[in-house]
Design a binder for this molecule. Structure first.
Ligand SMILES: Nc1ncnc2c1ncn2[C@@H]1O[C@H](COP(=O)(O)OP(=O)(O)O)[C@@H](O)[C@H]1O
Ligand SMILES: [Mg+2]
Length: 314
């Protein structure tokens, strides 16, 4: 089978996830290459250990660049810390005001607090950056390559985390608001309220795109080995808790050759796991990609992978 439905006009966000080293980056790029044949496509790496540059053999950084030799394909490596510091710099005065008006912290404490990294906030900002790209609408398809399982899950659950933060900030504000109202009789919404409201809208927009099957698809990548199969099962379990139900799965590194005894042994050792994958994920479209004799690096190798993902070539 090949990947299906990715050409649907409404489907704009594709997220590749799975265990480390199973081929997420290779599959994400190969899919972006295929989509770019008919759609303006942006490939986004949200993996802190960015590997698009290595795989595409072209320097990519925290700025959208066109991929040389491929019309309609651009790429960016989102750096969470930079996304976070852009946010802090853009909203420093509102955040300071939030802390000044709702805590007893002095200026130095506030500066210290703003410099602290809040666990998980980087992923929130990465996702916000991805959402900003989607909402700017310059591309038809946004293909996201994630870091191993835990990171992808944090990325997916990042809106929830941001929502918790907003609720806490709103509670802090509530006391301030109450105080102002009792002193002056009325309360005017200020820039802090505006920021909280706009963040709340961001949360809602991220959640709505993630849960909309017509607009977003999560594609797990797996290999026929015990640990990868178990991790995929856990990943799918966690995803379903957040309302995301992948429709298709890529099984990479499948041994096809029987040309030598080593190959035959490898092939046989994969059989039980291939069976397990077909049983455990039987409701999903399974796409197999063979193991290549060389690493998947450069446009030629990626195009080869693309054929297996999209052309029903087995
Ligand atoms: N089908 C394949 N055959 C041979 N090598 C592969 C295949 N898929 C991926 N690789 C290689 O395996 C390594 C890990 O792949 P990568 O796409 O970076 O995985 P991930 O992003 O999941 O960590 C890379 O060196 C890549 O070139
Ligand atoms: Mg990778």
């Amino acid at each position: 089978m090949a990947l299906t439905g990715l050409e649907n006009e409404k489907l704009s966000l594709l997220i590749f996830g799975g265990k480390g080293g199973v081929g997420k980056t290779s599959c994400a790029i190969a899919s972006a290459l295929a989509l770019s044949e008919n759609f303006k496509t942006l490939l986004i790496s949200a993996d802190p250990a960015h590997s698009l540059s290595d795989c595409l053999e072209q320097n990519i950084g925290y700025k959208v660049v066109k991929i040389a030799g491929i019309e309609n394909l651009s790429a960016i490596e989102v750096v969470a810390e930079e996304a976070m510091s852009e946010f802090l710099n853009g909203h420093r005065s509102e955040l300071k005001k939030l802390l000044t008006t709702s805590t007893n912290l002095d200026d130095d404490d506030i500066e210290e607090m703003l410099a602290l990294s809040v666990p998980g906030i980087d992923e929130v900002m990465s996702f916000k950056t991805i959402l900003d790209f989607i909402e700017a609408g310059d591309y038809d398809k946004y293909v996201v390559d994630t870091a191993p399982t835990g990171h992808a899950l944090r990325l997916i659950s990042s809106p929830e985390m941001l929502d918790e933060w907003i609720k806490m900030a709103a509670r802090m504000r509530w006391k301030y608001r109450y105080m102002i109202t009792s002193f002056s009789g009325s309360y005017q919404h200020d820039e802090v309220d505006a920021l909280l409201l706009s963040l709340k809208k961001t949360v809602k927009r991220i959640e709505s795109i993630l849960r909309d099957k017509t607009r977003c698809e999560f594609i797990p990548v797996c290999i026929p080995e015990a640990m990868a199969v178990n991790e995929t099962e856990r990943l799918l379990g966690e995803l379903s808790k957040t309302g995301i139900k992948p429709q298709q799965i890529i099984v990479n590194n499948v041994m096809v050759s029987e040309g030598c005894s080593f190959c035959t042994k490898r092939k046989n050792s994969q059989l039980p796991y291939l069976r397990e994958i077909s049983e455990k994920f039987r409701n999903m479209n399974m796409v197999q990609v063979p193991v290549f004799p060389e690493e998947v690096k450069g446009l030629n190798a990626l195009s080869e992978m693309k054929k297996y993902l999209f052309e029903d070539k087995k």
